[in-house]
Design a protein around this ligand. Structure first.
Ligand code: GLN
Length: 303
């Protein structure tokens, strides 16, 4: 098992040269394109780490998983999915196209429009601080904090996300205030996590929502199934289909370079490599996961 992760790490390091760090959020352009690390955590509690497993980076779109978990808990399944659908969009994560032309509801909670709408459901009951505590709990990492520089950078330049929020408001889909919603969304995208924290989140999901070390239920099992299904079909933007065929592990990526994977075992795998491919997924982390999944038979449909 260790060998498969080490080989995945080496393959991931080599693939970093094929990607480019995100620069549409100016602060992200400062990331080191060669950085790469991964962490695997299972119920033994002994993490397996390679490379930059403890480097902090912004969680970005991976917070969409945490937002969905919170919305399901606060509003329940029916209300949540009366605001957002659960269909893959096949479009880029920040696309506005189908939202205006094909449907009023965003296609799914893993693209920006869907996550912004889902975040609006958390207001006014949940504050950023409540969500920070929730993220720390789900990632088994009490040291997660807000990266203010990333938050400011994103809040100042997030014109497309503003357009999405105001479009949702104009259609009457969003009830909450769009500025307050965006503020919460931008802050949650700016949480500073590590590959180790993502491995914690992956393990909680893979363990049916149960804390692997104290047995407490952190996410209701029926919600975990919903979240993992949507990660499987929509978690890797418009590469989700191919990723599901090649890797077959419920995963979610972010433009900060992270990927969280909830794998059989149960195992949580967190990866970090800020050099991104054309879809906005970490080049190194995708290649690493193709290898690790094949080497260990982690595809959900391999028996
Ligand atoms: N904060 C980013 C955005 O809204 C998140 C996108 C991502 O990670 N794909 O553009």
């Amino acid at each position: 098992m260790e060998k498969a992760f080490f080989e995945g790490y080496e393959i991931g390091c080599a693939a970093t040269t094929r990607g480019k760090v995100a620069d549409y959020i100016p602060e992200l352009a400062k990331s080191d394109p060669k950085a790469f690390g991964l962490c695997m955590l299972d119920a033994t509690g002994e993490p397996l780490t390679f490379g930059e497993a403890d480097t902090r980076f912004s969680i970005q779109s991976i917070c969409k998983v945490i937002i969905l978990a919170a919305a399901l808990k606060l509003r329940g399944f029916d209300e949540t999915f009366s605001h957002v659908m659960m269909e893959p969009s096949g479009d880029a994560f920040n696309s506005i196209l189908k939202l205006d032309t094909r449907s009023n509801l965003p296609f799914n909670p893993m693209i920006n429009a869907g996550a912004i709408e889902t975040a609006s459901l958390l207001l006014p009951e949940l504050s950023f601080e409540d969500m920070l505590d929730y993220a720390r709990m789900l990632c088994l990492d009490p040291t997660i904090s807000l990266n203010e520089a990333v938050y400011n950078s994103e809040a100042q330049t997030g014109y497309r996300n503003r357009a999405i929020a105001y479009l949702l408001k104009s259609k009457g889909v969003m009830s909450a205030d769009p500025e307050r919603t965006l503020n919460l969304y931008f802050r949650l995208c700016s949480l500073a996590v590590s590959a180790r924290s993502l491995a914690g989140l992956g393990l909680v999901l893979a363990n049916d929502g149960v804390h692997p070390f104290n047995g407490k239920t952190l996410i209701a099992p029926e919600h975990v199934r919903t979240i993992q299904s949507i990660m499987f079909t929509c978690g890797m933007y418009d590469y989700s289909g191919k990723y599901s065929v090649k890797v077959g592990v419920p995963s979610k990526s972010g433009v900060g370079g992270g990927i969280v994977c909830a794998a059989k075992g149960p195992m949580g795998i967190g990866l970090y490599g800020p050099a991104l491919d054309a879809f906005g997924n970490s080049s190194g982390a995708v290649k690493a996961m193709v290898h690790i999944s094949q080497a260990l038979g982690l595809h959900v449909f391999s028996y």
